[in-house]
Design a protein around this ligand. Structure first.
Ligand code: ZN
Ligand code: ZN
Length: 328
């Protein structure tokens, strides 16, 4: 047994009826917070942690401490389908007998990802058009292969669209659709108590990466989702990574600024002759990235290029294998 297995499982009641539970992650984010919310009868579990025994054991320890049995979990809701949020869902659904809530757009994405041949071809094609060399494409493929294995097809009981309300012991949670980090990301808002369970949409010290897909203005959607959250009165943000914090409007302002700066920098690089997403990413990060991180860097650049193109600032020549970007 490694010490790693003993990490996580700490819990605390952050506001009456909402428990934050720490689960361990085997990569740099360290911890994912899942939330257990008291219902009139039983509990709602928001997110599930990674598909690892360490996560499962940590969650089991926390539930034991709270004297909650698996069947007391009456509903499971996923903020989005990234492996640190969805991972244990397939194991917890039969154990709890709970129905599953997931946003429609992430349900579609999950269907795509779990069709591994389709998803691999799709990814390779995107990397080709981004100007990524065949050797690097192969490295990205193997780096992501294992991650992809951790996705399992789930059948939600309810497909969310945003706007639903979930009655809980202390009032109501409103489902707010916040696409960008993932197309079907949702936050949960307790309007009366001004509490926002923010998933990965708002993380205090991290700018969430943008989950771009061809034909989607993921960055534009992300920025509008931020404005939607800024319009709400929030006294406490309960994120999926890091401690609870306040100051969502300031965070939204800074994040807008961050993306505006990145867009300006990309335009500069295009002016300097960086004509493909690969060349732009190389200059933007300017350090060695693992194939895993490189893939996210490329998609981040593609999200910004799509955003800039839709606003007439850049233009792509799509006649060759690799798309060539110039000022619009
Ligand atoms: Zn995520
Ligand atoms: Zn996450």
């Amino acid at each position: 047994m490694t010490p790693y297995l003993e990490i996580g499982g700490d819990y605390r009641e952050v506001v009456p009826g909402i428990y934050m539970i720490d689960l361990p992650l085997p990569f740099s984010l360290g911890i994912v917070n899942v939330y257990l919310v008291r219902l009139e009868a039983g509990y709602l579990l928001i997110d599930t942690g990674m598909q690892t025994d360490a996560c499962f054991d940590a969650l089991a320890r926390a539930l034991e401490g709270l004297a909650v049995d698996w069947p007391d979990i009456r509903r499971i809701l996923l903020t989005h389908i990234h492996p640190d949020h969805i991972g244990l869902a397939a194991r917890l659904l039969p154990l709890t007998g709970a129905p599953l809530d997931l946003h429609r757009a992430d349900d579609e994405l999950l269907a795509h990802i779990t069709n591994s041949d389709l998803h691999r071809d799709w990814q390779q094609e995107i990397l080709t058009t981004a100007g990524v060399a065949p050797e690097m494409r192969a490295l990205v493929h193997s780096a992501l292969f294992e991650v992809q294995q951790s996705f399992e097809r789930l059948i939600p009981s309810r497909l969310l669209c945003g706007g639903e309300t979930i009655p809980v012991a202390h009032g109501l949670l409103e489902v707010i659709w916040t696409p960008g980090h993932s197309p079907g990301h949702v936050c949960l808002y307790d309007r009366e108590r001004r509490v926002l369970i923010s998933g990965d949409h708002i993380l205090q010290h991290i700018s969430p990466n943008i989950g771009w897909q061809p034909g989607h203005d993921a960055l534009g959607e992300f920025l509008s989702s931020l404005d939607r959250i800024a319009a709400l009165d929030v006294d406490l943000i309960l994120p999926s990574h890091g401690a609870p914090f306040t100051g969502h409007r300031e965070w939204v302002r800074k994040t807008h600024e961050h993306h505006a700066e990145r867009c300006a920098r990309i335009l500069e690089l295009i002016d300097g002759g960086a004509s493909t997403a690969h060349l732009i990413a190389e200059k933007l990060w300017n350090r060695h990235l693992t194939p895993f991180h490189y893939r996210f860097a490329i998609f981040e650049v593609l999200a910004h290029l799509e955003y800039l193109e839709r606003r007439g600032a850049v233009h792509a020549d799509r006649t060759g294998q690799a798309y060539l970007w110039t000022r619009g």
